[in-house]
Unconditional design. Structure first.
Length: 465
């Protein structure tokens, strides 16, 4: 597949032993880096794609773009062959701009603006979800040829973001009327979708939801929708570095075999954090500190240190404010020092850079004593962070520094539209970010000169354009 990726985005091809931590150290060791940044491991995305295909070969992943719309991540998944769950005109524009065919996109927002429906029709994205009479009337007016997917509600007992409070019709009391109305309007319903909740912590809910979907399939056929052929099992899959989808995949595979053994029904899912979370590691610098003493409930004075870092809850840690969207591990945000510390961890708190008193990343934690200029690392930061971050109070949005192991790159290089002129062998990454120069041929066609070699692990840089 040819992808036309217009904006430049560098990838460092790593040789030898490395990790996101070692890359982060390289960037900050020069002492010039001050802004927060992400290290994105493209290989983590690739590995998760292959794990998914191995464990759930029948379920096609359609990446939920809202989770993280970083163009490199989207382009990587497109090159691997995933489909995409888009929720807006802008997301459809992003995905189609890199050459993804509209047949690989589902407009999975049950409450769409009319202008977005009309854009979807022009873009050729025909498959879309609905869960209400109002949406059916809107689609009838603006896109009567749409291939409709009825979204039903089936909530997990426990999820970080229970989406059923906003979307999804009741499969027993509401679905029959909606299916009949669609038939009366001459609209074609081709399938059923559900979303058990983002970051669900219950695997059995997929069995219940697939069982409900089977009943709706049968009902749809009875009221005139004879071409039911798509089941969308939504998202909710874990994405932390050490998470595992083996258990949930067994539940899904078993339910599909029981209720949808007919292979004529296409099965897709909408994983978001599964692909995005662990691929991104955030690095933040301690720029200030303050020692404070407070009395506890028994009146005993307790002291701890307040550490101020260069990114906060209005940036990459916005999930702290909106913890129903939390993208972190079950234990919450975890800060790690990027260099070993011999001192014993002490009570402390971690604060963002803004002047808002709500800008607290970790109100109570333990870290060894830190100095101004020390850096902290936060793993599993790729989901629902970068895409929501803002430059509140004038503080910069963290940039992404992408890396990929040479063995993975050798597989992917032919899938990305890159030539030899996009590569240069040089020194390891160092800050500041603004010091990077484009790694592109000169206007005359003569390659730009390469930097000298280093004794550190070799990093080969390319520009995705």
């Amino acid at each position: 597949m040819k992808m036309n990726v217009s904006e430049k985005q560098r990838i460092r091809v790593m040789e030898g032993d490395w990790s996101p931590l070692s890359v982060g150290r390289h960037i900050v060791d020069g002492g010039l880096q001050e802004d927060p940044f992400y290290v994105m491991d493209v290989g983590e995305v690739v590995a998760r794609y292959h794990t998914w295909r191995e464990l759930m070969p029948r379920v096609e992943p359609f990446y939920a773009v809202k989770c993280n719309d970083d163009k490199l991540l989207v382009a990587t998944l497109a090159a691997l062959g995933t489909g995409f769950d888009c929720a807006s005109k802008a997301e459809i524009e992003l995905v189609t701009s890199i050459g993804v065919h509209p047949e690989r996109i589902i407009f999975a927002n049950p409450a769409k603006m009319a202008s977005h429906i009309k854009y979807s029709a022009r873009a050729g994205v025909d498959t879309m979800t609905f869960d209400s009479e109002a949406e059916l009337m809107k689609i009838k007016q603006h896109m009567p040829h749409a291939q409709l997917v009825l979204r039903i509600r089936c909530d997990a007992a426990k999820a970080r973001c229970p989406l059923g409070i906003k979307f999804g019709c009741d499969p027993v009391t509401e679905a029959p009327g909606l299916l009949k109305l669609a038939a009366v309007l001459g609209l074609q319903v081709i399938g059923v979708s559900f979303h058990v909740g983002s970051g669900t912590q219950e695997t059995g809910v997929y069995l219940r939801a697939i069982q409900h979907s089977r009943a709706v399939f049968s009902l749809a056929a009875d009221v005139g929708h004879a071409n039911m052929r798509l089941l969308d099992i939504g998202g909710g899959f874990p994405g932390a570095l050490h998470s595992d989808i083996r258990e949930v995949s067994q539940v899904i595979n078993g339910a599909l075999e029981t209720y949808f053994s007919d292979r004529s029904v296409r099965v897709i899912a909408e994983p978001g954090r599964y692909f995005a979370a662990a691929a991104y590691t955030l690095f933040a610098m301690v720029h200030s500190s303050r020692r404070v003493t407070q009395k506890d409930q028994e009146g005993v004075e307790q002291s701890h240190t307040m550490y101020f870092i260069n990114v906060g809850v209005y940036g990459s840690f916005n999930c702290v404010l909106y913890d129903q969207f939390t993208c972190y591990t079950n234990e919450g945000v975890v800060a790690e020092t990027i260099k070993p510390k011999c001192e014993k961890p002490q009570p402390c708190s971690v604060w963002g850079p803004s002047c808002d008193s709500k800008d607290c990343v970790l109100p109570n934690t333990f870290l060894p004593p830190l100095s101004t200029g020390d850096w902290l690392m936060f793993r599993d930061m790729g989901a629902y962070s970068l895409c929501i971050t803002s430059a509140f109070n004038g503080f910069p949005v963290p940039k992404v520094r992408a890396v990929i192991d040479s063995s993975v790159w050798s597989v992917l290089k032919d899938l990305w539209p890159l030539s030899d002129s996009h590569f240069c062998r040089g020194d390891p990454m160092t800050g500041p970010q603004s010091a990077d120069q484009p790694i592109l041929p000169s206007p005359t066609g003569t390659p730009m000169p390469c930097l000298s070699h280093s004794t550190e692990p070799v990093l080969v840089e390319c520009a995705l354009k």
